[in-house]
Design a protein around this ligand. Structure first.
Ligand SMILES: [Fe+2]
Length: 125
């Protein structure tokens, strides 16, 4: 049986073997309020690391998705940020406005260590 693409994304809960030693340095850290008001702008800060930032080894991109409660098809892609090695640190700040509650998913790609996911539920009041 061939693995689903989703099975190729590392998560802190399911990392095993050699990946366990990479959890802390590769899992995106998401900072934002747990609760926000509908339609009101708020800030989400995402960072990865500490992690090397060289041509040989770096975080190449960060993608941010939102699974909106009640939406028929999910997720919504909120942002994709490509990062130039040595020049751009894996730190992204977004201003978001949500209408409904849901879950923010962040996926980052390290050219040596693959795709890593983090998630955070946000309640819209
Ligand atoms: Fe890495």
């Amino acid at each position: 049986m061939v693995e689903k693409f989703g099975d190729l994304i590392y998560t802190p809960e399911e990392a095993s073997g050699e990946a366990i030693s990479k959890v802390e340095t590769h899992t995106p850290k998401i900072e934002c309020p747990d609760k926000v008001r509908a339609g009101e702008e708020f800030t989400v800060s995402i960072r990865v690391g500490p992690h090397p930032n060289t041509v040989q080894h770096s975080i190449r991109y960060i993608e941010v998705f939102f699974k909106e409660d009640g939406r028929v098809f999910n997720p919504i892609t909120l942002a994709k940020v490509e990062l130039a090695p040595e020049y751009a640190e894996p730190i992204v700040t977004l201003s978001l406005k949500l209408r409904r509650s849901g879950v923010l998913y962040v996926v980052e790609y390290c050219n040596l260590h693959g795709l890593w996911e983090a998630r955070k539920a946000i309640t819209v009041e």
